[in-house]
Design a protein around this ligand. Structure first.
Ligand code: KG4
Ligand code: ZN
Length: 339
């Protein structure tokens, strides 16, 4: 009998539920976005987010089961994100997942959100073989991870200050773009010249796989405070040039991580990997370097519960289920394990 995992994700501003078969086949993937609620505030308001999760979680889970054509009796385990994320948001999904699993007598697998992003790479036809390097770029994290096996990894590099997504969101806001500015910069950049303005690329010690985006963010803020449309560069040029500075560093470090560790496979994960220029440049550079590239479809890069279900399934197979007293962990680190 096929194993069905119900995944639940509420770490930030998307209420999501999904049903995945055997950790690999997405039967449903429902995401209720809260963007319209937060847009007038220019960012996610934690109290608004947790209330909205509460209001939609039951309907979203019901929709995921209905779309999958799977009844609760056919669910074998419940996987839910326990961190990192906004504590009020995490609590809604975790409490719901716990209650459902407890009530139905099912195993609970409370998982790490960032590792779940990596598992989006197993939801495609041709997943990467182990080991592979994964560039994990979300709103709050920018990490390079070498994934050795299911539930085993080592951190190769991380940002020392801002995450790439955070830099895109903050500078986009200064450009007058609506939250979330990352996708807006992506769209605007399509019509801009990425060589129009030369923004700085952070130079860290040679050989370091860490990132730093705060200098770039400050340089962009300073540029924008003096910029006038009459000066030559259009808003699209500014967006494209800034995006290029972010993307170039991500790609160069990811390639360097593959070279330094002798790993010929590179995967992408997290919301920023939805970015079209990042995807194009990764393809270009990986082809040149003879590195096999794995990029999940865009809908699986941004927050979703199918990736949570996939990770939950593999951790359940390894016996890494959670106890009923597992807590939401807003600052959950990579070193704290997969569940
Ligand atoms: O992984 P994710 O959906 O949520 C977190 O776990 O944080 O990532 C959200 C981040 C935001 O910073 C958002 O602006 C960025 O991903 N993002 C993008 C694009 N789509 C989402 N950034 C650039 N281009 C995009 N197309
Ligand atoms: Zn995420």
């Amino acid at each position: 009998m096929a194993i069905h995992t119900l995944g639940i994700e509420t770490s930030c501003d998307e209420t999501a539920a999904a049903v995945v078969r055997e950790g690999r086949v997405v039967l449903s993937n429902v995401v209720a976005s809260q963007v319209p609620l937060h847009v007038r505030f220019g960012g996610v308001v934690p109290e608004v987010a947790s209330r909205a999760h509460l209001e939609s979680i039951v309907g979203v889970v019901e929709a995921a089961l209905a779309e999958a054509g799977v009844s609760l009796d056919q669910v074998d385990q419940v996987a839910v994100t326990r961190g990192p994320g906004l504590v009020g948001s995490l609590l809604v999904g975790l409490c719901f997942g716990k209650s459902l699993a407890y009530g139905r007598g099912l195993p609970l697998v409370a998982v790490h959100h960032l590792l779940a992003h990596v598992y989006a790479n197993f939801l495609v036809e041709d997943p990467p073989e182990f080991p592979f390097v994964c560039l994990v770029v979300s709103g709050g994290h920018t990490d390079l991870v070498r994934v050795i096996d299911h539930g085993r990894w080592e951190i190769l590099g991380r940002t020392r200050d801002d995450a790439a997504g955070e830099a895109l969101d903050k500078v986009g806001r200064l450009m007058g773009l609506d939250y979330p500015a990352g996708p807006a910069i992506d769209r605007l950049s399509a019509g801009g010249n990425r060589r129009a303005i030369s923004f700085p690329r952070a130079k860290l010690e040679p050989g370091s796989l860490d990132f730093s985006f705060s200098g770039l963010k400050t340089a962009a803020a300073r540029f924008l405070s003096q910029w006038t449309r009459e000066g030559g560069a259009s808003l699209a040029d500014v967006a494209a040039s800034f995006q290029e500075a972010v993307v170039e560093v991500l790609v160069e470090k990811a390639i360097a991580a593959c070279r330094l560790t002798g790993t010929p496979r590179l995967a992408g994960a997290g919301g920023v990997t939805a970015n079209r220029r990042l995807r194009a440049l990764l393809r270009e550079r990986c082809t040149r370097e003879g590195i096999s590239l794995y990029l999940p479809p865009v809908a699986l890069c941004t927050d979703n519960a199918a990736m949570v279900a996939s990770l939950g399934y593999y951790m359940w197979r390894l016996g890494k289920t959670s106890s009923w007293d597992v807590e939401a962990s807003p600052n959950l680190g990579w070193e704290e394990g997969p569940t």
